[in-house]
Design a protein around this ligand. Structure first.
Ligand SMILES: [Zn+2]
Length: 341
């Protein structure tokens, strides 16, 4: 592995972008490190470009502690290199909540809000001791992983969705992650719920400052909050799914009604994406992607909203699921350029 290049000009100028560290050749046969920085855990893997995981480690996220988060990631990179028996320091990709603003170099849009406004990429590059670093939004990494060798492998274009504690999205077109000058490619969870019923306005307050964002309707906590608003019963999304599977009873029918409202709202949200991007495949990820009914019902519910004669939509379950954050982060080094440039 070579470390050519003229050092770290971006970092020295303070203009941290989605890439830090020495210039590197495209990694097509060299294993790279992928790290998924989640709200509760950090997962690190060494990934061979052929798809083999050479080592993996998972640790709790030091919540609310920025410095400890940097140190935890740096320590994981060293441990992964040791476990995978790398001879030289490896390139590192990090899947993160939110993203690095290409114009300021600071974190934006992270629901792990203690990261926002921090120069995460340049700080982390220092903590990593000069290892080449790329960062991308966690939903973008999920999409890239599922596009390269996951559920959407071989698809011309795909939209990856994470439906978990939040709601994120990522776009891969002809194998390349799509992002732009704002670092928000695929960010879809803070668009409003489309075609709202009057009862859905103005919509729940969102942490981003707006009301009625998709995230406030279709994430896991949003599903639970909708059930609580409608029926006065505080249940988790998992409990609602379990209740809905019971054959009879008032509580199971209200649980089924909640899942129906959720599926219909997800259909409206995804129809917007299809009308804009026309992706060949949609892959769902996050905790709610375990809900089997989504794959049958949502494509049918979307038909009403799709502006085409052929209204079929291909929605797939993920191949790697939660592992796709770290896998996609490692695969950032198989992209010809950082995602936001
Ligand atoms: Zn929002």
């Amino acid at each position: 592995m070579s470390h050519e290049g003229q050092g770290n000009a971006r970092q020295a100028s303070g203009l941290a972008t989605a890439e830090s560290g020495p210039a590197m050749a495209l990694s097509t046969d060299t294993p790279t490190i992928g790290i998924d920085l989640g709200g509760t855990k950090i997962e690190a893997i060494a990934l061979h470009p052929d798809g083999r995981t050479l080592a993996s480690i998972r640790v709790p996220t030091p919540r609310q502690d920025y410095e400890a988060t940097l140190q935890a990631i740096a320590a994981l990179a060293v441990q992964i290199e040791q476990r995978a028996q790398f001879d030289t320091p490896a390139s590192v990709g990090v899947a993160m909540p939110g993203s690095i603003s290409p114009s300021t170099g600071l974190v934006q849009n992270a629901n792990s809000t203690w990261l926002n406004g921090r120069p995460f990429a340049s700080d982390l590059a220092l903590a990593l001791g000069g290892r080449p670093l790329r960062t991308a939004n966690d939903a973008n990494c999920f999409a890239l992983s599922e596009a390269v060798d996951g559920a959407a492998a071989g698809a011309h274009s795909m939209f990856g969705v994470i439906l978990g504690t939040g709601c994120g999205g990522g776009i891969v077109y002809k194998g390349e992650l799509i992002d732009g000058p704002r670092g928000i490619g695929g960010e879809w969870g803070h668009n409003p719920l489309p075609w709202p019923d009057p009862s859905e306005l103005p919509g729940p307050a969102c942490w981003c400052g707006l009301n009625g964002c998709l995230e406030t309707w279709i994430s896991g906590p949003a599903l639970a909050a909708d059930h609580a608003r409608c029926y006065g019963e505080a249940l988790s999304a998992e409990e609602i799914v379990a209740l809905a599977k019971q054959p009879s009873g008032a509580r199971s029918s209200t649980a089924r009604a909640t899942l129906q409202r959720h599926a219909e709202r997800l259909a409206r949200g995804l129809a917007h994406v299809v009308n804009l991007l026309d992706p060949a495949v949609i892959v769902l990820g996050g905790g709610l992607s375990n809900m089997a009914h989504l794959y049958d019902q949502v494509p049918l519910l979307m038909r009403k909203w799709i502006f085409a004669v052929d209204r079929r939509v291909d929605i797939r379950a993920p191949r790697y699921g939660d592992a796709s954050g770290a896998r996609g982060a490692a695969r950032l080094w198989q992209q010809a350029r950082p995602s936001s440039q």
